[in-house]
Design a protein around this ligand. Sequence first.
Ligand SMILES: Nc1ncnc2c1ncn2[C@@H]1O[C@H](COP(=O)(O)OP(=O)(O)OP(=O)(O)O)[C@@H](O)[C@H]1O
Ligand SMILES: [Mg+2]
Length: 263
Amino acid sequence: MTGTFTNAPAEGFTPGGPARPDSRPAVSASGVSKIYGAGDAAVHALRGVTVGFARGAFTAIMGPSGSGKSTLMHCLAGLDVVSKGSVVLGDIEITGLDDRRLTLLRRERVGFVFQAFNLLPTLTAEQNILLAVELAGGKVDRSWFDHVIEVLGLRDRLKHRPSELSGGQQQRVACARALVSRPEVIFADEPTGNLDSRSGAEVLGFLRASVREMGQTIIMVTHDPVAASYADRVVFLRDGEVVSELAGPTPDRVLDELKRLGA
Ligand SMILES: Nc1ncnc2c1ncn2[C@@H]1O[C@H](COP(=O)(O)OP(=O)(O)OP(=O)(O)O)[C@@H](O)[C@H]1O
Ligand SMILES: [Mg+2]
């Protein structure tokens, strides 16, 4: 077993602390606008968003329903194209890449954890974790795999199928799958939305540990102030714009800010 971390958010964690965030952002958006539809039916989902996400840091994105959180995440991850502005992921300007290159970029540089765990039911936990790397034609680094499994506490669950695992364990498998290819960034959209609070805390603790102990960069959309408090920083959106942010968030401070924004 691991025993080197707890499921609680890191006390006193600050950027520049153990995870040593790099000064270059892992992902950044400059003047990003996203318009769905045209004419009278046009929806301005993002209106000139400029924001950077530090390497080796855990950032939460929050805001009222419809404020553009998922749209921003999709544009940052190359799942959707921007209408205006630019997105840089690692050292690559992704704006203007064609579908094929975007698919490759996602496979090679990005990990995803969604609300629904998206595990394949007929494969074991281990096969699910390794599938993405194998599909991308990559070689699995066994010592890294072992480390991820250790940190996520999955050693004795590897031969189980998803139906034989709890919700929290399934989401930990999904996290391992995202971590094992050492992506530039992991994007998580409501990763604890389908979990009870204990399993949710467990998964958030493991995400936190992967930032602290592996230097992973994580961007997570959440509605939950407690989930957001595991992050190093919270970015708030309203009506498609970044309106404020909090460093070293606590659930109370996040809640106050959400109230102020009318969420
Ligand atoms: N494919 C689409 N076509 C048209 N409009 C869209 C599309 N996707 C999102 N929108 C609109 O863009 C705006 C932002 O949506 P988005 O899904 O980013 O919000 P959100 O902050 O993630 O909300 P929630 O908290 O409810 O998930 C909303 O007004 C939404 O209706
Ligand atoms: Mg959303």
